[in-house]
Design a protein around this ligand. Structure first.
Ligand code: NAP
Length: 310
């Protein structure tokens, strides 16, 4: 029987692992689909306190992993395929390979994943010019026009990064007001390789017949007019969805986000199951807030376990 199992290795999971390890709980930490979490898919992180010059997302998560391991966290590359939660525990986790883990307490820190437009052509051309990760795929598209969809910080961050490679970068946004922070918006507006197309949506990605991206078909939401833009890649940056499908029916959720009934605490509606980070937070969704939630979850779990006498 495990004492504490943490699901996820983004900032929330690894911070929970660090605190739990330092509380001598030797937590088992399951890395999930994307070890290190979403930060490993980004470039420079400039808003994580303590790094005045910024730090690469991958490097930050590698450092967090080492820090948690140094105090006895046990990382395992495994995906949770099913769970059976019982108030008070023990909690049962079935891994992808069929192994069943029983744990007195669980911290869910499974994060979120990119949202897609939902077009057939987008799906057909994924990894063939359609991407949600500029860091991963940007360098494949040198000296061609690149289209980015979205008006938030992610879209502009991706677009700015992509100006290093593309001949120009066109940001297609469905409104004429950006959701992104002022700093990011100003940076984007000042970049000569970046242009905005307002009040427009991508209706189709071209060209499925050629099995690569050659352009996008747009619809102007104000006039209804359709137009076509040639481009070599489409980056979709329209937000995220929580990675909580596997917990459906086992725990209280709202719009896919895990509900924390006492907002200030990490306890879910199932006693002994705690949650932290983007899987339980649709408001802040920052690395530092996820890390803070991970810290709280570890402290809550440790105190709960102590009260249970384990
Ligand atoms: P977001 O803030 O939710 O923005 C999503 C954008 O996509 C919005 O502009 C939205 O349009 C648009 N959108 C959503 N669904 C769409 C659809 N089906 N078709 C077309 N457009 C669609 O998500 P995010 O940019 O991923 O940012 C998430 C959080 O992370 C934010 O708090 C952000 O500040 C933070 N973040 C920070 C940084 C940084 O500071 N370096 C970098 C990345 C993200 P509307 O505006 O019309 O809703």
């Amino acid at each position: 029987m495990e004492t504490l199992t943490i699901i996820g290795t983004g900032p929330a999971g690894l911070t929970a692992a660090l605190y739990a390890a330092r509380a001598n709980l030797a937590p088992l930490v399951l890395a999930g689909n994307l070890p290190g979490g979403q930060l490993t898919q980004t470039t420079e992180v400039e808003n994580y306190p303590g790094f005045p010059e910024g730090i690469l997302g991958f490097d930050l998560m590698e450092a967090c992993t080492k820090q948690a391991e140094r105090f006895g966290a046990r990382l395992q590359n495994a995906i949770v395929a099913a769970v059976a939660f019982t108030p008070g525990g023990p909690q049962k986790l079935t891994l992808g390979d069929g192994t069943v883990i029983e744990s007195r307490a669980v911290i869910i820190a499974t994060g979120a994943r990119p949202r897609w437009l939902g077009l057939d052509s987008e799906n057909a051309l994924r990894n063939k010019g359609v991407s949600s990760c500029a860091t991963c795929d940007g360098a494949f598209f040198r000296d061609v026009p690149i289209v980015v969809v979205g008006g938030g910080d992610s879209a502009l961050e991706e677009a700015l990064f992509l100006t290093r490679f593309g001949s120009k970068v066109l940001v297609v946004h469905r409104r004429e007001e950006l959701r992104a922070s002022k700093v990011m918006a100003q940076r984007a507006r000042e970049n000569p390789k970046l242009e905005f197309i307002w009040n427009a949506v991508v209706e189709e990605v071209l060209d499925v017949a050629q099995d690569k991206v050659t352009g996008v078909r747009l619809r102007d939401l104000k006039t209804g007019a359709r137009s076509q833009i040639d481009c070599g890649a489409l980056f979709v940056a329209i937000g995220h969805l929580p990675n909580t499908d596997v917990f459906a029916g086992q725990i209280a959720m709202e719009d896919g986000y895990i509900v924390l009934p006492d907002g200030g605490r990490s306890q879910t509606n199932v006693e002994g199951v705690f949650a932290a980070g983007d899987c339980a937070d649709h408001v802040y969704r920052q690395a530092i807030t996820a890390a803070g939630m991970g810290c709280r979850a570890a402290i809550d779990a440790e105190r709960w376990l102590t009260r249970q006498g384990s």
